[in-house]
Design a protein around this ligand. Structure first.
Ligand SMILES: Nc1ncnc2c1ncn2[C@@H]1O[C@H](COP(=O)(O)OP(=O)(O)O)[C@@H](O)[C@H]1O
Ligand SMILES: [Mg+2]
Length: 338
């Protein structure tokens, strides 16, 4: 059973004990196999940020022990974030296809949808069932296309008009990291919420990240946001594994003419400027959108397409960036010209 308690964002920490008690109480009801309770808050226009949300005081968030860095997830070798300065640039699409690309390199891969504003894995992977429980206390993630999947969308309805903030985000995130039976994973790909606000910063600090992949479209406006994203991860000492340029170019399906709708090469240039790796580019392509929206990610369902190859090349670069201590020394190296 999942439910949320809506509280005033300013006093959320006082509710943590209530959240725990509610969870225990519901678990004790005969017939209930397991219970997960999350704290949520509605954003009041103009409401001041609570101190707990300020980047200077993230240690107060649930699941974090004062004075220590984030704790790893047992069995999971590397956790990487896929992030973007703003929404709609193709972050989730990239996260899913990157995860599948890593799978194709021989790794055991999980994907965690932490996008509190718009969880999209239920749709991108056509997952309608709710996760089962194990032993009444832990959640069993969903398996799809060889990926182990958990989404904040499983815990809260997509239409819920709530903005999750600071510590509330942490309570849900901590549950998804620690109360889910992830098993043994080489890589866990985390689809982060877009933007570089306090919630994102706190999250980047709380999840034990090996590195971050920044997704951007090529135009200046998106790149300014990407720059902020890179700065955010640098600030919390998370290595930036590199930038992916999405919607890099458009090839007209009718006449074959190439148009650079958002420009082209902007992200590559920006990566050079900022001294971070450029991981590859993905064209703006109708079949990518259609496959995504149908819950049939292109790397899984059209593996021979050039777009799947582009994602696999990006995955190989990510794997290389994770370094020799990284997840899969034994996996074959695939080099694909983009
Ligand atoms: N390379 C691409 N070509 C065509 N459509 C794309 C591409 N990447 C993403 N999209 C589409 O753009 C929309 C937004 O992508 P999504 O991955 O949900 O972005 P975000 O997670 O950044 O908000 C979706 O409809 C998706 O199918
Ligand atoms: Mg998304």
């Amino acid at each position: 059973m999942f439910f949320s308690i809506t509280v005033d964002a300013a006093v959320v920490q006082r509710w943590e004990s209530v959240r725990k008690l509610a969870e225990e109480a519901v678990k004790a009801v005969p017939g209930v196999q397991s219970a997960m309770v999350a704290l949520t808050a509605e954003r009041r226009p103009g409401a001041a940020a609570s101190p707990a949300q300020a980047p200077s005081a993230p240690a107060a968030a649930h699941g974090h022990r004062q004075g220590q860095g984030p704790v790893g997830v047992p069995g999971v070798t590397s956790i990487i974030a896929v992030a973007s300065g703003k929404g709609g640039v193709g972050k989730s699409t990239t996260a899913v296809n990157l995860a599948l690309g890593l799978r194709d390199l021989g790794m055991k891969v999980g994907i965690l949808d932490a996008d509190i504003y718009g969880p999209s894995l239920p749709k991108l992977l056509a997952i309608r069932e709710k996760p089962q429980t194990i032993g009444g206390t832990r959640l069993k993630p969903i398996e799809r296309f060889g990926l182990t999947v958990m989404s904040i969308g499983f815990l809260i309805e997509e239409e819920t008009p709530m903005i999750w903030r600071g510590p509330m985000v942490m309570s849900a995130l901590t549950q998804m990291l620690r109360e889910v039976e992830w098993g043994t994973l080489d890589v866990m790909v985390v689809d982060m919420p877009p933007g570089t606000g306090d919630a994102q910063l706190t999250m980047a600090q709380q999840v034990p990240l090996k590195g971050a992949v920044i997704v951007s479209t090529p135009q200046d406006l998106a790149l300014i946001d990407a720059r902020r994203g890179i700065a955010m991860f640098k600030r919390v000492n998370v290595p930036v594994l590199g930038i992916v340029e999405n919607m890099s170019m458009f090839i007209c399906p009718k006449c074959g003419t190439r148009s650079d709708i958002f420009g082209h090469g902007g992200a590559r240039h920006e990566a050079q400027r900022m001294g971070v790796p450029f991981l590859g580019e993905v064209p703006l392509e109708m079949s990518i959108r259609e496959a995504s929206d149908a819950g049939l990610p292109i790397v899984a369902t059209q593996p021979d397409s050039p777009h799947a190859a582009a994602y696999r090349a990006i995955a190989a670069n990510v794997r290389d960036q994770l370094g020799p201590g990284g997840p899969s020394k034994a996996a074959p190296r695939i080099v694909i010209e983009s």
